[in-house]
Ligand binder design. Structure first.
Ligand SMILES: [Zn+2]
Ligand SMILES: [Zn+2]
Length: 175
């Protein structure tokens, strides 16, 4: 049994799209990373090896709008929480055709009718009061239960997570 709202395997395509390269930072590949919390759907953070976030998304198979929950959960893991602003969250609904025929048939048969609703959180580079650039970073170290999001100056070298201190240099890992 899957939890209500969880994304069944036939709808997994809704979670995948080409991630590309880290924009205006290191040009290295951006990789998706999943995490879980009390919400039933699937969270994905797309970030470069240094932790600069391209986009964070939350997908749920549902008829409701999960945006308010998403904002609340993101704010819990973000230092300071006000970095999570309503206008940086965007909701999209996928109803089938773009997910392939199997997904389309599956969604057409399911009752009650619902779609895959995806909330995207995208924070564009911004300027601090002193004019220096800020990017959104994520820390996945296990000293905290979930990922921690924070803003830092990408020109200042490895970003320091406000919850667990300096981040080790990114290591090359076997895939
Ligand atoms: Zn980067
Ligand atoms: Zn950390």
């Amino acid at each position: 049994m899957t939890r209500p709202g969880a994304i069944p395997p036939v709808l997994r395509a809704a979670l995948d799209w080409p991630s590309g390269r880290c924009y205006r930072h290191c040009d290295r590949p951006v990789r998706p990373r999943r995490f879980a919390n009390a919400l039933p759907g699937t969270w994905t953070v797309r970030a470069c090896p240094s932790g600069v976030v391209s986009v964070t998304s939350y997908a749920e198979w549902t008829a409701r709008n999960p945006t308010a929950d998403v904002r609340r959960y993101l704010a819990r893991g973000t230092v300071p929480p006000r970095l999570v602003r309503a206008w940086d969250l965007r909701l999209a609904t996928r109803r089938g055709p773009e997910l392939g025929r199997a997904a389309e048939r599956f969604l057409a048969r399911a009752r009650p009718r619902r779609g895959v609703r995806v909330v995207y959180w995208r924070v564009y580079p911004f300027r601090a009061r002193d004019g220096s650039e800020r990017r959104l970073f994520v820390c996945f170290r296990t000293r905290h239960a979930g990922p921690v999001f924070f803003a830092a100056d990408p020109a200042k070298g490895p970003a320091v997570c406000p919850r667990c201190g300096p981040r080790p240099r990114p290591r090359r890992r076997a895939a």
